[in-house]
Design a protein around this ligand. Structure first.
Ligand code: GLN
Length: 515
């Protein structure tokens, strides 16, 4: 690493812009791949709908569960900078691995014959991405926080800029990777995602001097010194990462029948075990290491994080049932362009992009008048909005146009409503983690925040599977099936939203003055 340079650009530490571009490209690759994933397995490898949705949930679940581990390892041993580089390398390998398609599934004697070797490579690539996300995602966010001093008032603005980067990446990838994958060939889409990640990694490596040593290992000498079997801790972490890749590779493919008629994926078991382990740590920790006020704040943080599971469960429908709905039964022509379904997934990021400045302006104004809703109230509102977001889709499914298809307007409106909800929960939640958590365990609590996304992904896969249908389903029947699912999602959002709003006074009391 070259000599650290100090300096600012446009009122923020230069390091912020390197984190911004790294995360922009990481999210470009992540969402570009995700937009294609369901279609790739259902159309190319001919998974049935249910298997497709469940894989989406399993993959997303593991990708968001890993940050708990990536956060702890970076906090205690590796430091954030090295963790991001390691994550970036694994991500590049994974995305480029996805380029290998093998041959498409064929039907021989009424049986589907799949390219099992290609599928093995595919699962291994997903596993590399999962562990890569685990090392990169929580730590790049923590670095942003570390670039500012404890009372630096620019911190929130810094996070807002960073969140914009996430969404620029997500939006651009839906246009580029989605389009390339759906029209030129899957490998092109996945390859372009990999290229994006490679750019992100190069940006980070070149810019690491601008992090001013704030993302270094807590004890570099200890990290390098020989440890068990004469191998240093740093090497052991590398070995551990590879073992995690192998484990994720297998976990992705395992579904267990635990009870009659019901299957549970290994990912679900992992997520539950992680939660139990965190619970075993949490209870004595808040009992013995926190003042009563700190304990209340930590409990409030866990409670609001738990409510976010429902939000993510509804939100992640966008890459599952919303994507399939717009692909199969929607007239996607608009503004003179025939959009692909994957390109429409970018609407979410586009609205975030448009809405961010509005909310950055709105919250301080409301606060000045004493009218800024509390964090739990915002969470309740986000759930209500997530519920309302599927109303236009349900309506379009039950009121198709003259061509017998759902209108494009419905998904535009649905994304708009959902994204107002995301503005009320996602950046607000990240901020809540940094203010309600005991500073000592903030990275761990960041991991817990993402673990809620993991459960959301798992729930989304299971909910999406409610709309599973055979390949030869007619448009009329498909519209009815989607309509039914979207109404169910609406009621889930509205119901839990109201419960959280009613719970708000209790939660606020436990926040002890934190807004
Ligand atoms: N869209 C945001 C991101 O990718 C939040 C995702 C999440 O926490 N589930 O960073």
């Amino acid at each position: 690493m070259s000599k650290p340079e100090s300096g600012e650009l446009w009122g923020h530490p230069k390091g912020l812009y390197y984190c911004f571009f790294t995360e922009l490209w990481e999210r470009f690759s992540f969402y570009g791949m995700k937009a294609l994933l369901l279609f790739y397995v259902t159309k190319y490898h001919r998974f049935d709908d249910e298997a497709g949705y469940l894989l989406l949930g399993t993959y997303g679940g593991l990708a968001y569960a890993m940050p708990v581990v990536g956060g702890i390892v970076a906090d205690r041993y590796l430091g954030m900078r090295k963790a991001v580089v390691l994550g970036g390398v694994l991500l590049c390998l994974g995305h480029f691995g996805m380029v290998y398609e093998g041959h498409a599934a064929t039907i021989v004697d009424d049986r589907i014959v799949r390219d099992e070797f290609a599928l093995s490579v595919f699962y291994l690539s997903l596993a590399l991405i999962i562990v890569g996300v685990g090392f990169l995602k929580p730590n790049i966010s923590t670095i942003v926080g570390r670039l500012y001093g404890p009372n630096d008032s620019r911190r929130d603005a810094g996070f807002t800029i960073f969140y914009m980067g996430i969404n620029v990446g997500a939006w651009a990838s839906s246009l580029v990777c989605g389009w390339l994958g759906e029209t030129w060939g899957w490998g092109w889409g996945f390859g372009s995602a990999g290229l994006g990640m490679l750019i992100g990694l190069v940006v980070f490596v070149r810019g690491q001097a601008h992090l001013l040593g704030k993302a270094e290992p807590p004890d570099p000498a200890r990290l390098r010194a020989p440890w068990r079997l004469g191998i240093s801790r740093e090497r052991w972490i590398l070995i551990g990462a590879l073992v995690a890749v192998l484990a994720a590779w297998q976990l992705l493919q395992v579904r267990l029948s635990l009870f009659e008629g019901g299957q549970i994926s290994a990912t679900e078991i992992v997520a539950v075990l992680m939660t139990i382990a965190l619970g075993v740590w949490f209870v004595p920790f808040v009992r013995t290491q926190c003042t009563p006020a700190e304990r209340d704040q930590m409990i409030a943080l866990v409670a609001i994080t738990a409510t976010s599971v429902v939000f993510w469960g509804l939100y992640e429908q966008t890459y599952g049932s919303w994507n399939a709905f717009s692909d199969r039964v929607m007239n996607r022509e608009g503004l003179g362009v025939q959009w692909t379904a994957t390109q429409l997934t970018g609407l979410g990021a586009l609205f975030i992009f448009a809405l961010s400045p509005l909310f950055a302006w709105l919250w301080p104004r409301l606060a000045k008048r004493g009218r800024n809703p509390s964090t739990p109230a915002k969470f309740g509102g986000a759930l209500v909005l997530a519920g309302l977001s599927t109303v236009p889709l349900a309506w379009a499914a039950t009121h198709p146009g003259d061509d017998g298809l759902a209108g494009l307007w419905s998904i535009v409106l649905a994304y708009f409503i959902l994204e107002v909800g995301e503005m009320l929960i996602s950046p607000i939640g990240l901020a809540a983690v940094t203010t309600l958590s005991l500073p000592r365990v903030v990275s761990l609590m960041m991991g817990v925040w993402f673990l809620a996304s993991a459960f959301g992904e798992i729930a989304a896969g299971r909910l999406g599977a409610l709309s599973a249908m055979p390949e030869d389903t007619t448009t009329v029947d498909a519209l009815a099936i989607y309509g039914e699912l979207f109404w169910v999602l609406t009621w889930i959002g509205l119901g839990t939203g109201v419960v959280v709003l009613l719970w708000t006074p209790w939660l606020r009391r436990r926040m002890h003055g934190v807004h």
